[in-house]
Write a protein that binds this ligand. Structure first.
Ligand code: SF4
Ligand code: SF4
Length: 696
């Protein structure tokens, strides 16, 4: 299984600074898609006592595992980051491929792939990377506002109580030791960032993911432990099975038309039942309040279904995307109607730019997304969510989220009446006026009234009133139906290989890890070469062949950041999978040796000398370019070549006569000069740049 190798902070920084300055992008996100706020709109919300500049975030999943993913989410507008779920079993073999987001979204990828200790370090790296990007002056003004990290843990009490998970949580609450070590690693031109006030407390909130079959008593035990012993705010992620098999089947098959999706009855039988949840959540809420923490609920996890497709080998898979949006909204509607006890709710299920305004109108914080970010454009899709939400707010003449929740569905008056009826007091004239036509922001009107927490009470009431309206709209909307979600990316019947493709660029942004990259060649065309015949008397040329590498715009994969999830293959119009067929570059000799598997390259840079090692075409080769000379080894013979003429100058051993196939030499040279050149910056070549990256 492909192993993710976290990229060291100095390497991430060097790439970020070079790429932004030279190419106006950051980890392949165009500078124009960096979210810096929208004039006249305040998206701020409160989340577990923290102010978040937007309610938007990536859901725990492929977008929140590696530091560059987290930074990308933040750059694109996410301000509450639900980190990828960790658990005590941190050496699981996740089957590959594991992500299939063509029409509906499916995955079999449900747990962090890094070790626990690596995860804590990676999250600290992400926090420091964000802090440096913010404070370095690189991004200019206005700066993206900071992000809140929300831990995500699973899946049972025994695992969560284990010393390793306890240590992990403790490290997330106080990461000073990790931060100090990473700080010490900031050398050279990045040394100047050592004194930045990096956050030592990475997170004080946790979302609990209970896997299918987790009984109510176990959930209660876990939440109590997280609240009372670990001192965290806790969010309980609900499974869509809570809606009951009959209701899910009705919605999925009869209402939405996804008749080919088959449910897994044991999941419904063994999971938390709806009535149990109605009892459990108020109980846990009381426990949270008693220890000064907050309890919230998240709707929802993915839905376990039977695997009816051929992409995964597992028997079950987890459904997301459009149908989950409708199922989850119906579950939320039912839950809110029956609970009679307001608890904060966060959301994740088929969120996209088209429905984010409706979801925010239900007073859900944060609203998180995953499946949609796996579609073409990737992280660059996020700013559109906020642009659409701002558009809706502007249409209503509103500038703040609380005001928007009250007025989004015309329920401001009803919410005000309801809150004051509950207080046993008449509705103040100022609020009546505001409901008719808001002359000023709601918080100012509320501040002038002697009711503690009034604005939040009004927002809570309006969110509840808006919920059935949003649920009904979405359930009836054709965009969530089977017919509207059958289009899959087209394949054109050609096969990928090391060079050239139709260069559609899709595989770069769809990768959640930003593992695919572009490099440019300067000598695109058919590259003709001769082979050599070596005898003790001398070297002679014999006919070789032609390597067609005709495109200037070429693609490669950075294997250290690729977990072979298979996702880019789905969106590539050609066959074979970019992550398997394009040159796979590694970040260290060690990872190259471990995992090259017949398609692996590693480049090293020492002053003007550049070396590439390549395992491909059935052999393993090394090429060093130094001045006008090349040293090429195929494992049996090492040849010195004058690069301008191709003349063989020397070779060892000299004893036996032999023919040397120079095709691997030409291919390595092409890769080293193009991917290892300064045309584009990426992880495989970043250490080769000698120019200063930090001003001053
Ligand atoms: S390069 Fe492709 S297979 Fe690898 S992590 Fe990215 S999307 Fe998945
Ligand atoms: S490898 Fe596939 S997805 Fe990537 S640019 Fe080439 S054709 Fe497009």
């Amino acid at each position: 299984m492909a192993e993710l190798i976290p990229i060291p902070l100095p390497v991430l920084l060097k790439r970020a600074f070079l790429e932004y300055r030279r190419e106006a992008k950051l980890f392949d996100l165009p500078a124009a898609r960096i979210f810096r706020g929208i004039e006249g709109i305040d998206f701020a919300v409160e989340s577990n006592g923290h102010r978040a500049a937007t309610p938007l975030g990536p859901a725990a999943g492929p977008h929140t595992q590696l530091a560059q993913n987290i930074a990308l989410s933040w750059l694109a507008g996410a301000r509450i980051i639900e980190l990828k779920t960790v658990q005590v079993l941190d050496e699981l073999k996740i089957s590959r491929p594991c992500i299939d987001v063509t029409g509906v979204g499916y995955n079999v990828e449900w747990s962090q792939e890094l070790r626990l200790e690596q995860s804590a370090r990676e999250y600290a790296t992400a926090a420091m990377l964000i802090a440096i990007l913010q404070h370095s002056g690189l991004l200019g003004a206005p700066l993206p506002e900071p992000a809140i990290f929300d831990m995500s843990v699973g899946y049972n009490l025994e695992g969560l109580r284990s010393p390793r998970v306890r240590q992990w949580i403790a490290a997330m609450k106080d990461a000073s030791a990790i931060v100090d070590e990473l700080r010490g690693g900031l050398g050279g031109e990045f040394r100047r960032f050592r004194d930045l006030p990096f956050p030592a407390r990475l997170s004080d909130t946790v979302t609990l993911s209970t896997f299918h079959g987790c009984p109510a008593g176990e959930i209660e035990g876990i939440v109590t432990y997280l609240l009372e012993e670990m001192g965290l705010h806790v969010c309980v992620k609900m499974n869509p099975t809570l809606l009951g098999q009959a209701e899910v089947e009705h919605l999925l098959h009869d209402v939405l038309g996804y008749r080919e999706i088959q449910l897994s009855p044991p999941a419904f039988a063994n999971d938390l039942q709806f009535d149990e949840a109605l009892h459990l959540i108020p109980l846990l809420d009381r426990k949270a309040r008693a220890c000064g923490r907050q309890l919230s609920v998240k709707f929802s996890n993915t839905l376990v279904v039977r695997n009816h497709r051929s992409f995964f080998s597992d028997e079950l898979m987890y459904m997301s995307g459009a149908p989950l949006h409708v199922l989850t909204l119906n579950l939320l509607g039912k839950f809110r109607a029956r609970l009679g006890h307001p608890v904060p709710v966060s959301f994740s299920a088929g969120l996209d730019a088209n429905n984010v305004a409706s979801v925010v109108a239900m007073n859900l914080v944060p609203v998180t997304t995953c499946t949609d970010l796996l579609r073409p454009g990737g992280y660059a899709r996020l700013p559109r969510y906020l642009e659409r939400l701002a558009g809706r707010m502007r249409d209503l003449g509103l500038a703040r989220i609380p005001d928007y929740v009250l007025r989004a569905k015309g329920n401001a008056g009803a919410a005000i009446e309801q809150v004051f009826a509950g207080l046993g007091e008449p509705v103040p004239a100022s609020l009546r006026e505001w409901a008719a036509q808001p002359p000023q922001p709601l918080d100012r009107v509320c501040a002038a009234l002697p009711v503690p927490g009034l604005e939040q009470k009004l927002v809570d009431a309006a969110g509840l009133l808006n919920t059935p309206l949003v649920v009904a709209e979405a359930t009836a909307h054709p965009r969530y139906t089977y017919e509207r979600n059958q289009a899959v990316p087209r394949k054109i019947g050609s096969k990928l290989w090391l060079y050239d493709c139709i260069a559609c660029d899709k595989c770069v942004p769809v990768c959640p890890n930003d593992a695919n990259f572009v490099y440019e060649t300067t000598q695109a065309g058919d590259v003709a070469y001769d082979n050599v015949e070596l005898t003790p008397a001398g070297a002679g040329r014999i006919p070789g062949g032609v390597i067609p590498a005709r495109k200037a715009h070429q693609f490669a994969n950075y294997a250290d950041a690729c977990n072979e999830c298979g996702h880019c293959d789905n969106f590539c119009p050609e066959d074979g999978g970019p992550y398997l067929e394009k040159p796979r570059f590694f970040g260290s000799l060690e990872s190259w040796r471990r995992d090259a598997r017949g398609n692996g390259f590693y480049m090293e840079f020492e002053g003007g000398r550049r070396t590439i090692r390549g395992a491909f075409g059935g052999g393993s080769y090394v090429l060093t370019l130094d001045g006008g000379r090349a040293r090429f080894s195929d494992g049996a013979v090492e040849v010195e070549i004058e690069t301008a003429t191709g003349a063989v100058l020397d070779w060892t051993p000299r004893e036996a006569a032999r023919t040397v196939d120079l095709r691997p030499y030409v291919e390595l040279k092409l890769l080293l000069e193009a991917a290892g050149g300064a045309g584009r910056v990426h992880y495989a070549n970043v250490t080769g740049f000698e120019e200063a990256t930090v001003d001053g």
